[in-house]
Write a protein that binds this ligand. Sequence first.
Ligand code: AMP
Length: 583
Amino acid sequence: METKWYEDGLNMIEELTTNAEQIQDELLREILSRNAGTEYLRQFLHGQTDKQLFKKNVPVITYEELKPFIDRIANGDRSNILLAEPITGFLMRHELVALVWQPKMTPVTAEAAQKWELFRTLYESPVMKHFGDINQGGKRMELMFARPEIQTPSGLMAASVTTSIYKESGFRAMLPKFYTSPVETIFCPEPEQSLYCQLLFGLIQRDEVVLFGSVFASTLLRAIKFLENHWQELCSDIKAGQISHRITDLGCRKAASLIMKPNPQLADLIENICNCKSREGIIRKLWPKANHIRCICTGVMRQYTAELEFYSGGLPLVSALYACSEAQCGINLEPLCKPADVSFTFLPNMAYFEFLPVNNDHDESIEIRSNNNEDTEPVDLVNVKPGYRYELLVTTSEGLYRYKVGDILMATGFHNNAPQFQFVERQNVAICVDQEKTSEADLFKAVKEAKALLDPLGFVLTEYTSYADTSSAPGHYVLFWELKEKEGNHCKEFDPKIMVECCYRMEESLHYTYKIYRKKSIIAPLEIRVVKQGTFDAIMDYYLSKGASLSQYKRPSCIKSKEALKILDSRVMGKFFSPKSPL
Ligand code: AMP
């Protein structure tokens, strides 16, 4: 009997994870032998390809160190700078580089598309094993947003990784059959029009939808909130069989004209669902055949899981993959696992991975290791130790050598011989006002403790970010909180006393160094500024206007941009301070 494609995928995962060490070594050998003659590697390896020499001589680098080489390529230098093969373009992710919001660009070659395709097969296989082959029974309602590409002086184009995937001819060919969003809506340059249309097409094809998703959880929540505000307009379009005048994008209008016809029955049905007092379980009600929600709910997205669960109606939230613009990394072999427990199994054929041990010296829950040589040198994929945290380094066939991606991961175990990791946090998003350093994970933990106090009041925290206010001495932490009333809450007012208590609870839940600094008045009392609803949407819009992609948007845990701070400060409704220093 013929095996299903995902069974082949599962077999391949077994083979790859069993032979992890050998595959990693072969991959490194191949990358080095192809590129030993490049200007970059020559300075360290002098044409040699030996693994030990690579580890001894090739430095671990950040984007800042890579940037001069990238800039030369982007400016038209065609010599073999990073790669022997021709570079076909750049992938870009928008991040703060030296405190300026700008794209980080990394090269791509013709090979990249095939790698993403293989990675998709591999991360989808365990999901299909649980939910059945969704390609057979229906369509995916995946919200996808391409961003305009940027032309570099060399003529090479730079695109976000999702845009480059959506551009692939193989992917576009699959769209009409397997996805509800027509290509025109994905490439619509106006994020809001694109979202409106993708929701419209998803609603029209609701009976075929077997999966509701997007890359990150925040995009899905944005979509649900948008639906809450626009369902009447969407229903009236469905009733009339014509798209609203708000949609001016010609591609979207054309796509709508091909599929829309008046359907008052469907419009009434959707209206009844959306008009209900409670929005609990709305995703399941609107898309009754969907069997799971697919989006990344780990890392900075963890804050959205509770809200998404409320809307999901019990549909499992599946974080299927861990990847970045620079490399495809890991897949989730247990799709039904709760978001907080998800580990990603690394695939040894995707990149050559190394792991730089990190000490989390103020986290009492982590074993602190002595700082001997062994502990500071990057370790190979198969040599990581469960329970330890590492910073990820990648060496890729796309011209990155021992490159710091900027993610901190914790090894949790092994599948065959390939390690599994939980995503911990982004490196360098720490907030600090003095010598202390509070990481993304520290903040998450403290916010989680403090927000529990809101529960009895009937409020939920929907978004937060932080800012180190050093405008006066001593400096202090500012937390921006966006709150939402729980359904059925009639109290409307939030109690200032509770907010003050939240400030204190946050301080109490922060790390030891923070508390000592507070006691010695090196840090002033923590402040929570409650902002109006919709503020974090405005922040997202601000970053989208700066070129970030809605598909890849991640809310910053710590605000460093003056403009973003202005947006937040202009919407503050109340300021609260911690009343005393934590014990
Ligand atoms: P980008 O290059 O814009 O796609 O962003 C990649 C970054 O997203 C990674 O470096 C991580 O910080 C984050 N990311 C990707 N996948 C996950 C995941 N499964 N869990 C948590 N964060 C993730």
